[in-house]
Design a protein around this ligand. Sequence first.
Ligand code: NAD
Length: 530
Amino acid sequence: MNILVSDSLSPRGVAVLEQGGFHVDVKTKLPKEQLLEEIKAYDGIVVRSGTKVTAEVIDAGSRLKIIGRAGTGLDNVDCEAATRRGIVVMNTPGGNTVTTAEHTVALLVSMSRKIPQAAVSTKAGQWEKSKFMGTELYNKTLGLVGLGQIGAYVTKLAQGLAMQVIGYDPYLSPERAREMGIQSVGLDELFRRADFISVHTPLTNETRSLINAQAIRQMKDGVMIVNCARGGIIDEHDMFEALTSKKVAAAAFDVFVEEPVKPDHPLLTLDNFICTPHIGASTGEAQENVAISIAEQFVDYFNKGVARGAVNIPSVPPDALSQLHPYIGLAERMGSFQAQLIDEGIEEVTVEYRGDVAALSLAPLTVAILKGLLTPILQDTVNAVNAPVLAKQRGIEVKEVKWSDAGDYTSLIRLHVKAGAHTHQLDGILYNKKDPRIVESNAYAVEVVPKGHMLLIYNIDRPGVIGTVGRILGEHDVNIAQMQCSRGQKGDNSLLVISLDHPPSLQVLDNIKRETDVVSARLVDLSDVS
Ligand code: NAD
């Protein structure tokens, strides 16, 4: 796998990629035309905010499978174009949480103690002690809008400064707010009660100009406000008015609507306004964290098939990763196994998750089943990104069902695939919590290791079939690794599942099919399933 790193990245990130077995080229500041040419040779690209990964670049990257952003913002990546091409887009949302939260607190303290202004004055030879009278944070109420990763860490830091933290986040459960030691309040109440306000939401239609003249009117006189999230959440014009009238005593911005901020921006003329040039995430530690995170995510994706931090496929939280990983392998094998036994168009897929597995994050497992089901049909065009889209395009209805009871097992995945007049059923489990096993196929109890090349034979339940099949394979030098025989109910056909060291030729398969007691024989190839 060839990876292009096209913006400067901490060498430790590059080292993780190389240790993961990738060939890495670091080529920064490539002109557009050169990037369009170079990208053709790469399976993955890592960027920060510099490289513009446009639809044109994505289309030129014929081998491209993954785009990684070391950091959070994806303004420079055309995610829609990537999804259309089945390319995974990942970012590293947690990598700069601490750094940005610390910057927020730094702005809070700088603003309340007028540190930047005092520093300029002192360096200019002044000693203006009374001019820089400050305000304590101790016991003051801090209102946080947005209680995601950064909001949560700011809470911890502010509690350490003995501030009373109240918060507004309509998408956060009250239990989570309680766990964080925050009093969850409505937005109006937050505006009315807070001595300091800090915003930590993304910029959306809902949050654009969330703090405007009308909101400011509800606030305490002398409130102080920080924006270390995204430019535009606070209306810059209304903030200028409020700072000029001193309704808002001070404000501190790390982000602006337009960046770099124009030197003649009105806010920059105000003494009670302090700012930094979008450096919330700019520490050596954060840059290293995001570089290492994106590199590890690449390694996990290519080597284990697990997508963490993916923005266009179900993401797997890191703590769930180790539990999910073996089930993902089982799910994809089940899908592929089943697809190779079906000749008709698939109409409906129902996945029952039974027992302990039902408590896991199921979306990646269902995606893996769909990928397995569609790969024998669509080959390379299908992957974990586009499998659900392709299934939908093909009119396949997908359902997930959870059951607490897994019968004789602690966990079981039961797959029903409706195709034509038949609904096929396949049961899979993890043996020893890690090794995939098929334990039932269309009501035949088996114990099959789903890997490599297999031969499935339905035969009339009479003596001699196993011997005949073994002889035909032996005569053509096809070695049997394992064999399973399941009788179904009395009078039914038997199912013979044979694992082979290598696949027999079609001629050998025909010979087997011609045997009188053989009802049907099929090859299943799982050798390419990771
Ligand atoms: P996050 O996704 O973990 O948290 C965002 C939170 O905002 C979520 O809990 C969400 O429920 C909440 N939210 C969404 N809409 C809301 C609304 N209308 N009202 C209230 N809450 C709402 O993100 P994060 O990592 O905590 O980042 C927060 C912000 O900080 C983002 O805008 C991010 O881009 C920005 N950021 C800035 C810098 C910087 O350099 N200054 C660095 C990193 C992140």
